[in-house]
Design a protein. Structure first.
Length: 303
């Protein structure tokens, strides 16, 4: 993509492109996961941009003002911040902000051994206010140490199990962040904790329905009927609040289940196809390849 194309007001960055902007060389894990404590290269974000990565960080010193999806956020020392992939970010004030930061590509996230179905609703609730100040010094030290371990592993010479070590550390970090978010949300005043507008309510109900029916139902119209709204309206609402379409949410749940069964169960590919309500193995194979770039057999054999 031409980064200077003025017809598109929002620039999209991959992690590789972000590394190139910073002048750092990259290879192996560095193209899938970045961990740094250097001063942020904020100049790249003076205009709205999206990064195809999950970003977790905690401020060390200095401060800066940025916006995420048009909402303002003040980052400073001990601020925990978390941005989902494709969040629109723009920096408004340039200060000597420094933090422990991890950026994980969307593709790498999908390969981690985490329960996305339980994490996603919690992370989505936090997405409206993705930064807050930590006051527990032990918790601050713990978060900083986790990110430092990841950074050290990524910048060490790559070994046979480097990817597995980094994956394990990232999995632990994500669960730790979710635990912090859960405790943070549970302490909010009741009015802030329970009042939701109509869009949020539809999203929450859709996610609940998806968790119950994704093995059998993959059509947008099914979920729209359950919510008594049109498929077009449901798609608009879900895209607005989550950045992903209804079809993308359905596909992510089905593919995650399929990958888990291919990797960890003794079911045949045909049995998995029937379990996930595909008419036959051929339909399942086409669906899986369209979403992953490989056939179920290829995915199973690479494990």
């Amino acid at each position: 993509m031409d980064k200077n194309n003025n017809t598109n007001p929002i620039t999209d960055f991959s992690l590789t492109e972000l590394l190139a902007l910073s002048g750092e060389e990259h290879n192996g894990l560095m193209s899938e996961c970045i961990a740094t404590e250097s001063e942020s290269q904020l100049e790249a974000f003076r205009f709205p941009c999206r990064i195809d990565a999950f970003i977790i960080g905690i401020g060390i010193e200095g401060e800066t003002m940025l916006s995420y999806n048009l909402h303002k956020c003040h980052l400073k020392k001990n601020t925990l911040f978390l941005f989902a992939p494709n969040t629109i970010i723009q920096v408004h004030a340039y200060g000597a902000f420094k933090g422990h930061i991890v950026a994980i590509s969307s593709e790498f996230i999908r390969h981690l051994n985490i329960d996305l179905k339980s994490m996603i609703p919690l992370l989505m609730r936090f997405s409206e206010h993705p930064c807050f100040e930590l006051t527990d010094q032990k918790l601050i030290n713990s978060m900083s140490e986790f990110i430092a371990l990841i950074r050290n592993e990524i910048h060490s010479p790559e070994s046979q199990f480097s990817k597995e070590v980094v994956s394990g550390l990232l999995t632990t970090l994500l669960y730790k962040v979710c635990d912090i978010i859960y405790n943070y949300i549970s302490k909010l005043p009741e009015s802030n904790n329970t009042v939701r507008d109509r869009t949020e309510n539809y999203f929450r109900r859709f996610m609940q329905l998806l968790g119950e029916h994704y093995r059998r139902e993959r059509s947008v119209s099914f979920y729209a009927r359950q919510l008594c709204i049109t498929p077009k309206y449901l798609t608009t609402l879900i895209k607005r609040i989550s950045g992903q379409s209804v079809s993308e949410w359905i596909d992510s749940y089905v593919i995650l289940e399929a990958k888990t069964l291919l990797k960890h169960s003794h079911m045949s590919i045909q049995e998995i196809a029937y379990y996930l309500n595909f008419p036959n193995q051929s339909f399942f194979g086409s669906y899986f390849k369209r979403n992953t770039g490989m056939s179920p057999t290829q995915y199973k054999e690479q494990q």
